[in-house]
Structures are given as C-alpha cells and as structure tokens.
Design a protein around this ligand. Structure first.
Ligand code: TRP
Length: 458
C-alpha cells in the first residue's frame, strides 16, 4: 500500500516510515507516556475522589479510548497524511476537514501549559542535582514549590528553555536521535517507577493510599468526575486531535493496528497506575492533601526521594527521565500543527516550526505566570493555565475523538477499514464487528452522554 508516492513529494512533505515495527510502537508509546501519566493522572485522581475517578478512567480507556486509537490509526495509515489532509482525502468536498482546526487549536493549547510543567521538571532536576531539595516536612516542600512558582521569572525561564529545546529538535529534524535515546531511557523510567512503587508500598499509611486509589466510593461519582476521567483518558492516550493519526501515517504495512492500540493503551495505563501507587501512599503518610491540584506531584515526589538513601541522585535521575518523557510528548504534539502548516499552508519546515514555537512561547508564558502574578486573573473561575488544561482536555479532545469515531464508523470506506485492520489481507481480523460497533455506537454515544451529563442535561 503506498497512498502517496514519496518520491513525488517535496522534501519537507515526503512520507517517512518507521523502519521497524518496534520503532513505530516505541514512538507512539513515547507520545502517550509523559506528564499526563505521572503528573496529571495523580492530581486529577486526587481532586476527583480517587477510586471513583480511577474506575471511570479505566472504563473510558477500554470502551472509548482504545477504539478511538484504532480509528485514528486507520485514518493515519490509510492516508499517510495530517489531520486536515486525512479528512479531505477520505471525504473530499465535505466540511469534515475543518475538524483539523480543533486539533490544531487543542494541540497549541496543550503545548503551552505542558511546557510550563515540563519546565518545572527541569527546575526540579537541577535543584535535586545541587542538593537544594533537602527539607523535612511536607509544609516545607509545599512552601518551596510555592515560592518557586510565585517568583515568576524562574518558571518563565524554564518554560522558555524547554520550548527552545523542543524547537531546536524539531527544526533540525533530529527527533530520531531523541527517539532512539528515549527508547533506551524509557525502560529505565519504567524500572524506576517500579522501584519507587515498592518503596511506597512499605510506607506507614500505604494501605490508606491504596484504598483511596482503588476503592471506589460511589457517593463520589458525579458528572464532574466522569468528565474529568474522560478528559484524562483522551489526554493520556494523546487522542482526539490527530496526534495518533499523524504518527500512524508513519506506520508501515506490517504494523498491526489493533494490537498496537492495545499495547499503547495497556502500557500507558500501567504507567499511570504505577504513578498513583507511588504518590498516594506517600500523600497519606506525609500528611498532605490528595486534592492539592497541579502542584501535587512536585510536593510529594521530593518528600519520597528525601526519605530514600541517595535521595538526591534518585531525584535527579527521575526528574531528568520525566523531562525526557515530556519532550517526546511535546515533539508529538508540535508535529500536528507543524505538519499542518507545511502540508496545507505550504510553509517550510523552518517557518512552520518558528510559528509553532512563537505561539507556544506567548501562551506558555501566560500559563507560567498563572501561578505567579497572573494568578488572580481568572476566566470562568479558572486561571489561564487551568482554563487551557480544562478546555483542551475535557472538551476539545473528547469532542475531536467523538467526531473521529463518527467519521470512521459511518463515513469511511468499509473496504479500506478492512484492509487497514488486516494489513491488506496479511492476517485475519478477529472481532472486527465488535470493534466497529464500539467505534460506531459506543464511543460517540458514550462521549455525548458524558458531555450532556456534565452540562446538566441528563
Ligand atoms: N499523552 C501525553 C501525556 O500523557 C501528552 C500528549 C502528547 C498529548 N501528545 C498529545 C495529549 C496529543 C493530547 C493530544 O503526557
């Protein structure tokens, strides 16, 4: 299958393919695993009551997330194009491709606030290395983070440095090197998580933490919890704005889409659960509040590291790996708008990367200041940082996912779907009927119900 003849396209637009099946999976997993799992999941679970959130989250990953991943994979590999191009090629002469704008908007919003948090990881990596994170009590860690954030300049500077790094990698197109490096280092992050997990399980109030995370208290189940869990499922799987689609456009004919979707979903969820098992026992043992919000992980993790022998070394290594995991995620989300600017607006890679970087710089700065001088500037009761996070994750991503599911389920050519699922007849597809049922009915209706529920209609 060669939807495009690569040699006929200008160099900036050529279709590149991952060389190995492992490379394709590793890069996709690299996009999915990031701050969403280790920073966002624990804080969302903490503010939404723990167990009830967790239950909804896992349910949504299975019934909404994985089918939409497969849908994005089919559109991406089937066309070899960006979000816009894919919709236009599959449904020429319709308005479907305008959905691409939702994807671009959401990806830029996410890039903006994500870079701020990635900046925090760099600061914490640095502070660990120089031994500055050496406090005794939870309150001291809280005060320390507060002081850092409200200082304005340091968070701003780290956001800029992170964005500059993202920019340099994107413009040079050396992401292959980064991806290779992350393919080696990510398993180390995984091992570290397991070590910290075991350590957390030995803490005094481990059982309280585990109960908070795994024991659903159904009285906590509300429309807010469901919307939050759905948003988290989409955010964590990099879904709903064409990120998985863009990456799947680099898959070769050998990649099995359904298997890859399960693998991505499984590994991603596992990392999130590991992060939860690390954080919550510590939260209860050190007497912190699980509902601390976006700053939670940056207050809890240093306390855990402090209690370990060679704490500063663990901490430096961990924040460095987390920074790298964020980088593989921001590279993937930047690629969405960059590919759009190149393929649809005829820009050069350099121009497209500059535009992407400039937008992220402006909005990223506003997000960074949301914890400092702009903290009192709120829209609908949310700071700019929280607003960007809420609107993109809880509204735009599920909306995009719903439209993708409707498109693939009802509009996309069945022959192409069968070919994509069977790799052009190379193997049998089992359960295609069930998968298509999920994509046609369960995913769109499920997302719609959560939306309607959250605005109080049902
Ligand atoms: N999934 C990533 C994480 O968990 C974040 C991410 C990367 C993302 N690309 C995305 C989120 C595209 C939404 C859309 O950290």
């Amino acid at each position: 299958m060669t939807p495009n003849n690569p040699s006929q396209l200008p160099q900036d637009q050529q279709r590149i393919q991952f060389n190995t099946r492992l490379g394709a999976i590793a890069t996709t997993v690299g996009s999915a695993i990031g701050l969403g799992n280790i920073w966002r999941f624990p804080y969302e679970a903490g503010t939404h009551g723990g167990g009830a959130f967790m239950l909804c989250y896992i349910g949504f990953i299975i019934i909404l997330g994985i089918p939409v991943v497969v849908a994005e994979f089919m559109m991406g590999r089937g066309t070899g194009l960006n979000v816009f191009g894919a919709f236009r090629k599959l449904a020429p002469g319709t308005s479907w491709h305008y959905l691409g704008y939702v994807g671009i908007l959401a990806s830029l919003m996410i890039l903006s606030f994500y870079s701020v948090v990635a900046g925090w990881t760099v600061e914490y990596c640095w502070q660990s290395a120089i031994g500055a994170l050496d406090f005794e009590t939870a309150d001291e860690y809280h005060a320390h983070f507060d002081e850092f954030c409200s200082g304005n300049w340091r968070p701003l500077l780290w956001t800029w440095i992170f964005l500059a790094l993202n920019f340099v990698i994107l413009i040079r197109g050396v992401s292959k090197g980064i991806e290779k490096m992350s393919n080696i280092l990510m398993p180390i992050l995984f091992l570290l998580l397991i070590v910290f997990c075991i350590n957390s399980l030995t803490l005094d109030k481990a059982s309280e933490g585990l109960k908070f995370l795994f024991h659903p208290d159904f009285s906590q189940l509300s429309s807010k919890v469901m919307l939050g869990a759905m948003g988290q499922a989409f955010f964590s799987l990099s879904l709903g704005l064409g990120c998985m689609m863009t990456y799947a456009s680099y898959f070769n004919d050998e990649t099995r889409l359904v298997k890859s979707a399960f693998l991505t979903g499984g590994l991603d969820t596992m990392v999130a659960i590991l992060a939860g098992v690390i954080i919550f026992p510590a939260v209860f043992t050190f007497g912190m509040s699980p509902a601390a919000g976006p700053t939670l992980v940056f207050e809890v993790l240093p306390s855990i590291f402090h209690s370990l022998p060679f704490g500063a070394a663990w901490s430096t290594l961990f924040f460095f790996l987390l920074f790298l995991a964020s980088l593989t995620s921001t590279l993937s989300m930047s690629e969405i708008s960059i590919k759009f600017f190149i393929q649809e607006k005829g820009m050069t890679r350099r121009g497209a990367t500059c535009l992407n970087g400039a937008i992220a710089l402006v909005f990223g700065s506003l997000c960074a200041l949301s914890f400092g001088d702009l903290g009192s500037f709120t829209i609908c009761g949310m700071t700019i940082f929280n607003l960007f996070d809420y609107v993109s994750s809880n509204i735009l991503l599920p909306f995009g996912g719903m439209m993708i599911a409707i498109f693939v389920g009802w509009k996309m050519d069945r022959g192409l779907i069968r070919n994509e699922l069977s790799n052009y007849g190379q193997h049998q597809v089992r359960g295609m009927g069930f998968l298509m049922f999920c994509i046609r009915f369960i995913a769109p209706v499920g997302i719609l119900l959560v939306f309607l529920n959250s605005i109080g209609i049902i």
